[in-house]
Design a protein around this ligand. Sequence first.
Ligand SMILES: Nc1nc2c(ncn2[C@@H]2O[C@H](COP(=O)(O)OP(=O)(O)O)[C@@H](O)[C@H]2O)c(=O)[nH]1
Ligand SMILES: [Mg+2]
Length: 296
Amino acid sequence: MIGFIKKGLSKTLGVIKEVLPQKVEKIDKETLEEILIESDIPYELVEEIIYYLPPQNLVEQKDIKRVLKSYFIYDIPKSLEAEKPFVELIIGVNGAGKTTTIAKLANNYKKEGKKVLLGASDTFRAAAIEQLTRWANKIDVPIVSTKQGHDPSAVAYDAISSAKAKNIDNVIIDTAGRLHNQTNLSNELKKIVRICDKAKEGAPNRKILILDGTQGTSAINQAKAFNEIVGIDAIIITKLDGTAKGGSLFAIAKELQLPILYIGVGEKEDDLISFDADEYIDTILSSIFIENHGEG
Ligand SMILES: Nc1nc2c(ncn2[C@@H]2O[C@H](COP(=O)(O)OP(=O)(O)O)[C@@H](O)[C@H]2O)c(=O)[nH]1
Ligand SMILES: [Mg+2]
């Protein structure tokens, strides 16, 4: 799996290599600061990280790891996953990667042997319904959809009802990222959440925000806005394969105080990897430090 995340972070690692062509055993704080800034960790956060390091100028891998790890303390409540059907609502701006991520999630669940159903509640654009339908066909899962312009809440209701009737394990519901105006979008999302709960008490069980990783830390304000509207439970960050802004995850986790579930590292259905803070930090640090554990 390390190889996979390495591929996803390859541009970020490339930037580190430019700052630090030769790996080191200990790093001076000035170079470390430059690396962190280049990978899109905001300046104030870089200062904070440096502040929490030991006082001497040359620091070791384990000291940096300890500080970086402290930014990923937000956990996913596991108990929820016993819900059947487990209903996930996918939220985010246009182009963030919602529809593609739904396909990836569905593909993951299917591989785990679960029965999945999709709900095409982005009824704002005909293309969005078609896109999700194509994915549903490709990975061979059922989809509940309607015509463009129809009520997205009704689609969510029907998707959940159908899942209950068919003994489905996972329902994943798409939403629109843009409507005629922000108030419409906000009202629509709130209504979808209300109607999901009518279809099955407690649904949606998880409201997942999709953030475009190429936007780096500028996605944070967007995330806060969605959080105020519906209350986000977790985040998925897409397109990390296309950006050197891999460091933005620290600021996103810190500012939003939410768990990062997965990262998207490509356009195919298999290009979604579980986010593991240790793996992520180790991958970044492995491009700075010489391996000195004498393994292999
Ligand atoms: N490279 C890359 N492209 C992605 C990723 N996730 C989504 N995309 C692409 O981003 C574009 C927008 O995705 P889409 O799912 O339609 O976004 P939506 O508007 O939020 O539903 C599409 O061209 C996707 O193929 C990713 O992890 N990596
Ligand atoms: Mg879409």
